[in-house]
Design a protein around this ligand. Structure first.
Ligand SMILES: Cc1cc2nc3c(=O)[nH]c(=O)nc-3n(C[C@H](O)[C@H](O)[C@H](O)COP(=O)(O)OP(=O)(O)OC[C@H]3O[C@@H](n4cnc5c(N)ncnc54)[C@H](O)[C@@H]3O)c2cc1C
Length: 442
């Protein structure tokens, strides 16, 4: 009998399968698609190899760094350009994201870079946080409610909505503070104010940049994981979709309709339970990548990019990454051209059952509706004209996250990945490795 069946070949499944096989387990990994990596993937635009999903990892844990070192990529870990990103408020104002904040919550509400965004009145209201008793807001159900109670509407709408909302593609009123800001509530109780809690969390974070990348792209992690899995003998089955995930078995079907039941001592799943129906109101993210030849962008007018208030006037994009400013290795490869990545909120085209982590490529041309919208948004966000005649390459892909309403797995099945550990490589890699270690130790 197989020791472990791992469902899903995204980073969570790959990390777990590699560790388990390295530890001596016989592992079968089933992946519905025809490639491994899930939301970590590269594509080639205008001859440049670019990450088309995740492009960095948070340094709030050292999990990804340790993994990268083990995979022989330690010397290629890079920090982004220190210029940082900017934000755009609801009324279209642009400003650098204040330096001492966390998810947009200011650690110093009266600092000049904060007042530049929220004004004197907003700053004074935010400063009241230091006078309020610590229990106020401490039990709030959402990040939005917590910030609103402690620091007021201006901080929430001008700073936290674009920053936290941009990172998680959701209004802070929908974000669970314990998930997106672990330790914030406890720090508020301990420190007596939200601003001091933010400063305490920041001082605990690893010195240096909040995120890092890999020279050549995050997709190199997947290349190395896949190579290691081959070395350690993982039985990888592409084009094999799990249709039932049970405690001691996984049922699969291949494209030609072959059904198989795979018994195992342990089952790890990085996908929701396929037996549950998908929620029709799932949202997704559409990324439009433009490679442009526009020397006016050389100065990096908005640093590493922009996070945008969802209701910002005249702009549809939710975020823009100026990738060739953010990553010096990419600027070098791009040899004077610029890579801009714009993200848009999107809804499934079909019935909401699009699988998570596959990424659908769609056509885009600088002169079509999508291309025109992207160049217009890039112009508005960067304050520099980005015109279709300067676009030397464009690509467009849609991503859907897992259907979290269907996240409950059968008892005894070990949940890993975004479905169970939340969004982002830092948490996912750490949790997948812990799950694998537990199985090896059992
Ligand atoms: C555009 C974008 C940018 C991002 N940027 C960052 C970033 O910069 N930093 C960061 O930390 N995170 C980022 N993320 C989030 C991060 O990429 C994900 O949280 C992470 O890659 C998810 O990994 P996973 O293994 O849990 O799931 P996935 O990568 O979704 O992998 C799941 C795999 O399971 C397969 N599958 C699904 N159903 C089945 C089934 N029934 N049977 C078999 N296989 C199945 C899918 O085909 C897929 O390959 C980004 C995400 C997106 C979409």
């Amino acid at each position: 009998m197989t020791d472990v069946v791992v469902v899903g070949g995204g980073v969570a499944g790959l990390v777990a399968a590699r560790d388990l096989a390295k530890g001596g387990a016989h592992v079968v990994l089933v992946e519905a698609g025809d490639r491994l990596g899930g939301m970590i993937r590269r594509h080639t635009v205008a001859g440049l190899d670019l990450d088309l999903g995740a492009e960095s990892f948070a340094t709030r844990t050292d999990a990804v760094e340790r993994l990268a070192i083990e995979l022989g990529l330690g010397n290629d870990i890079v920090s982004p350009d220190p210029r940082g990103a900017w934000l755009m408020t609801r009324d279209g104002r642009t400003a650098p994201i204040p330096q001492t904040g966390f998810l947009g919550i200011p650690g110093s509400p009266m600092a000049a870079d904060v007042l530049a965004v929220i004004g004197q009145g907003g700053g004074l209201r935010a400063q009241m946080d230091s006078l309020l008793p610590s229990p106020i807001g401490a039990r709030a159900q959402s990040l939005g409610a917590l910030v609103r109670k402690r620091m007021g509407e201006r901080v929430l709408d001008d700073l936290v909505v674009p920053v936290a909302g941009g990172v998680y593609s959701t209004h802070p009123d929908q974000l669970d503070p314990d998930r997106v800001a672990p330790g914030l509530r406890a720090a508020l109780q301990r420190e007596g104010s939200l601003a001091r809690a933010v400063l305490a969390l920041r001082s605990r974070a690893t010195a240096g940049s909040a995120v890092q990348g890999i020279g050549g792209g995050i997709a190199r992690l997947v290349d190395e994981l896949v190579a290691d899995m081959a070395t350690y003998g993982v039985d990888v089955r592409l084009g094999t979709r799990a249709t039932a995930i049970e405690r001691f078995a996984v049922e699969t079907v291949t494209a030609d309709g072959t059904v198989e039941r795979l018994p195992a001592q342990h089952v790890l799943a990085s996908t929701p339970d396929p037996a549950r129906t998908a929620a029709p109101d799932r949202t997704g993210i559409e990324l439009v990548t433009l490679v442009v030849d526009q020397p006016e962008l050389d100065a990096g007018p908005r640093g590493t990019g922009m996070l945008v208030h969802p209701d910002a006037e005249g702009v549809r994009a939710k975020a823009l990454t100026h990738a060739t400013v953010k990553w010096p290795w990419l600027a070098e490869t791009a040899a004077g051209r610029h890579v801009l990545r714009l993200s848009y909120a999107t809804r499934p085209d079909g019935d909401g059952t699009e699988p998570a982590g596959t990424g659908t490529s769609l056509p885009v041309d600088p002169d079509d509706t999508v291309g025109t919208r992207a160049t217009r948004d890039a112009t508005a966000l960067l304050g520099v004209p980005v015109t279709a005649d300067r676009v030397v390459g464009a690509a467009r892909v849609r991503w859907y996250g897992p259907d979290l309403t269907a996240a409950g797995l059968a008892e005894g099945v070990v949940g890993i990945g975004e479905t169970s550990s939340g969004r982002g490589l830092a948490g996912i890699v750490a949790a997948a490795r812990t799950s694998a270690a537990r199985i090896l130790g059992s």
